[in-house]
Ligand binder design. Structure first.
Ligand code: COS
Length: 382
């Protein structure tokens, strides 16, 4: 994508977010749903195909552009991004990164256009951070696999047409090597959805359990065509996803800072704007400094990703720092708003709840710390 097209895309998304989506935030909170017409508009903008290569009908942006767009999308409620978030990220990238040419040709054009929704099924009732211990089983029978198991908290599962499913194909290997990734059509016989999860925040995003009962999956749907690669595929998907989520965290922090400055300038106490008080100024300055640091780290990491460097550690640093940062910024935003910040009328109230998830999904902060330390040690020991 040339620089001019990239600038145009960014400007289009910025305007759409600020003029169309921000005014709908309260409605999304109240309805716990994104209006259907917004889904259609996001499709028309091409955003479902943001990261899918142009040869398959997507916009095929590089990581640097991906995070620039994430900065813009982060400005509004996470529910809007979630509409196409799995198609952009964890619901398509397994196929983009490790899929066979036939798998790419079959699935990516429809994911890029938004005709179908992709979803990523890794987490299970007993398997969260310990992702290599997947219990869902896929047993080979002739030219198919028969899948049994339960997946939990699966984002966009209620809308999904296709799952990237991690299942154990080799029961003799209880770890990462026994796991394979499959492309599973959501209308396959034997798939059942649980009821929508009731969540702390991120209203309008949908997650639920997915039950697989003797689901038959064609053997050709194993991602990359080889057993035992599924955990690595999942990790590569998450390496990319973590940079994107970090971009979203930066965008949300900047929105919260915008709300905070606006409130501090207009709210008067003791006869003057609270922005005149140094204790308020300190909170604003801390938030701006931390958001700027996260922005720089995310851009630097995206550039390195695009240059083909190994960014597992850097992606974890981004996710760890940016998600913790936006938690602090949201907390200060509520504090600056005082009593008003605790009330549902202000945007900061729902963002405070929304951002809590960023420290948990796509790897908790503690998992990011573990990945960072491991990579440091690996580099040192060679
Ligand atoms: N890219 C490519 N390959 C990777 C990788 C990466 N980022 N990370 C690990 N691998 C490979 C390893 O090289 C190893 O391969 P070999 O056996 O050939 O050497 C294999 O995968 C197993 O790796 P490891 O031993 O490090 O796996 P662990 O079980 O120790 O797990 C953590 C590592 C904890 C980092 C991993 O399970 C994880 O990220 N958990 C969090 C999961 C998560 O984010 N869940 C959120 C829900 S999904 S939205």
């Amino acid at each position: 994508m040339d620089l001019e097209t990239r600038a145009h895309l960014k400007e289009t998304v910025r305007r759409f977010v600020r003029e169309r989506l921000v005014p709908l935030e309260r409605k999304v909170e109240e309805d716990d749903a994104v209006p259907a017409e917004v889904r259609a508009e996001l499709k028309r903008l091409g955003l479902f195909g943001l990261t899918i290569p142009a040869e398959y009908g997507g916009l095929g942006v590089d990581m640097a552009t991906d995070v620039e767009i994430a900065f813009e999308l982060g400005w509004t409620s996470p529910a809007f991004r979630s509409v196409m978030g799995t198609n952009i990220g964890i619901g398509s990238q397994g196929i983009v990164i490790d899929g066979t040419p036939e798998q790419k040709k079959k699935w990516l054009p429809k994911l890029a256009s938004g005709e179908i929704v992709g979803s990523f099924a890794l987490t299970e009732p007993d398997i969260g951070s310990d992702a290599a211990s997947v219990k869902t089983r896929a047993v080979k029978r002739g030219d198919r696999y028969v899948v049994n198991g339960t997946k939990r908290f699966i984002t966009n599962a209620p809308y999904a047409n296709v799952f990237t499913l991690m299942a154990r194909t080799d029961p003799s290997d209880p770890g990462a090597g026994g796991v394979s990734a499959f492309i599973v059509a959501a209308d396959s016989k034997g798939i059942r959805l649980g009821k929508a999860d009731a969540k702390m925040g991120q209203r309008g995003t949908k997650t639920c359990d997915v039950f697989f009962e003797d689901v038959e999956v064609p053997a050709e749907n194993i991602i990359g065509g080889r057993e035992g690669q599924g955990f690595k595929t999942a990790m590569k998907v998450l390496d990319r996803g973590r940079i994107h989520i970090s971009g979203i965290c930066v965008g949300t922090a900047e929105r919260l800072i915008h709300e905070s400055v606006g409130y501090a300038v207009n709210r008067k106490q003791f006869g003057k704007p609270i922005a005149d008080f140094q204790l308020i100024q300190a909170m604003l300055a801390d938030s701006r400094t931390e958001a700027s640091a996260a922005r720089a780290l995310v851009l630097e990491t995206a550039g390195r990703y695009d240059r083909g460097e190994r960014t597992t550690m850097d992606a974890a640093c981004c996710k760890y720092f940016a998600s913790e940062m936006v938690g602090r910024v949201a907390d200060r935003a509520v504090q600056i708003h005082g009593g008003a910040g605790y009330m549902a009328e202000t945007a900061v109230e729902h963002f405070y709840r929304d951002v809590r998830l960023f420290r948990i999904y796509e790897g908790t902060s503690q998992i990011q710390q573990l990945v960072i330390a491991r990579e440091m040690r690996r580099a040192f020991e060679g």
